[in-house]
Write a protein that binds this ligand. Structure first.
Ligand SMILES: [Ca+2]
Ligand SMILES: [Ca+2]
Ligand SMILES: [Ca+2]
Ligand SMILES: [Ca+2]
Length: 285
C-alpha cells in the first residue's frame, strides 16, 4: 500500500519513520532521470516548493513529519508512536514550506497520477492536510486526474470552525467524488471546536485534538510533539484507508471510499454536521 503525503517534507531518517518512506525503485541516484518523469533522482519523492530532490529541508518540515507519523509510524518497535497503518509506504511530495502555491499543488497531484499510471504502483490515496485557497478549476482538474487513476484524495476539512456547506474550504469542498473530507474530533468524540463541518461537504470525523506524533528535533534528531488540527484528523483517515486497502486488495477508488465511510462508527456529535455521521474506525473485521 502506497500513499502520497502532499505537505511539507518528511524527516525520513526519523527513528520511527525509517522503512516507512517509499523509495522510488525506478530512480537510482545517478544524476539521470531514469524513469523519465521529468525529475532527476526523485528517489524519495519530489520537492515542488524548491524544485529539488530533497524532500526534507532543515527549515521546520515538522507538519509533514507529524502527519506522516500518524499515517504510518512504525509500530511494535518499542519506540515513539504507532501510526495507524504500519505496512504503508509514504511518498513525500513537498509543496509547502510555511506557504505553498496552487500551481505546485497541481504538480503534486500530477506527480502522483503519473507515478501510478506509468509504473502501476499500488497508490491508493494522497493525504492533504492543507487548504485555504479559493476555488481553482485547474486544481480540481488535477484531483480529477488522480480520481481517474483510482487515487483517493483525503483532505483536512479545515480549522475555521465553520459550516463549509455555506462557506467552502478548498480542496476539501471540491465536489470530486474521490475526495474524503475529514473533520476533527476530541478524545471524547466531540467535534473539536476549531473543526469545520458540513452535512454535504464533510464526510467523516477522526481524532485531531492533542495528537502525539513524530517531528524533527534540534539538529534533525528524532522527536515527538502534540499538535491540534484537522491536519491531524486527515492522516488518521488515510491510515485507515491504507489498512482497509491492505485487507481488501480487490477494492479501490470509489468502492474503497464507499466501504471506508460505511464502516465508520456512528457518532452522535457528528450526526447532521457530516455526511455520514460517523467517525473513522480502523477495526478490521
Ligand atoms: Ca525521475
Ligand atoms: Ca536517477
Ligand atoms: Ca528541498
Ligand atoms: Ca513506534
Amino acid at each position: 500500500m502506497i500513499v502520497g503525503v502532499i505537505d511539507e517534507g518528511i524527516l525520513a531518517t526519523h527513528e520511527d519513520l525509517q522503512g516507512q518512506i517509499w523509495v522510488n525503485p525506478f530512480e537510482p541516484v545517478d544524476g539521470i532521470d531514469n524513469d523519465g518523469n521529468g525529475f532527476v533522482d526523485d528517489n524519495l519523492g519530489w520537492d515542488f516548493y524548491n524544485n529539488d530532490r530533497t524532500t526534507y529541508d532543515d527549515v521546520g518540515d515538522n507538519h509533514g513529519t507529524h502527519v506522516a507519523g500518524t499515517i504510518g509510524a512504525k509500530g511494535n518497535n518499542g519506540i515513539g508512536v504507532a501510526g495507524v497503518s504500519w505496512g504503508v509506504k509514504m511518498i513525500p511530495i513537498k509543496f509547502l514550506q510555511n506557504s505553498g502555491s496552487t500551481a505546485n499543488a497541481i504538480k503534486s497531484f500530477d506527480y502522483l497520477t503519473d507515478l501510478k499510471t506509468r509504473h502501476g504502483l499500488n497508490i491508493v490515496a494522497s493525504n492533504n492536510s492543507w487548504g485555504g485557497g479559493g476555488f481553482s478549476q485547474t486544481l480540481k482538474d488535477a484531483i480529477t486526474r488522480c480520481e481517474q487513476a483510482n487515487i483517493l484524495t483525503v483532505c483536512a476539512a479545515g480549522n475555521n470552525g465553520r459550516n463549509t456547506d455555506t462557506q467552502p474550504f478548498y480542496p476539501s469542498c471540491y465536489d470530486n467524488v474521490s475526495i474524503i473530507s475529514v473533520a476533527s474530533i476530541t478524545n471524547t468524540g466531540a467535534r473539536s471546536s476549531f473543526s469545520n463541518y458540513g452535512a454535504v461537504t464533510v464526510d467523516i470525523g477522526a481524532p485531531g485534538s492533542g495528537i502525539w506524533s513524530t517531528v524533527p528535533g534540534t539538529g534533525n534528531t528524532s522527536a515527538y510533539a502534540s499538535y491540534n488540527g484537522t491536519s491531524m484528523a486527515s492522516p488518521h483517515m488515510t491510515g485507515v484507508l491504507a489498512l482497509l486497502a491492505a485487507t481488501e486488495p480487490g477494492l479501490n477508488g470509489l468502492r474503497l471510499k464507499d466501504r471506508l465511510l460505511r464502516r465508520g462508527t456512528p457518532t452522535t456529535t457528528l450526526a447532521g454536521i457530516t455526511m455520514t455521521g460517523n467517525r473513522a474506525n480502523g477495526f478490521i473485521r
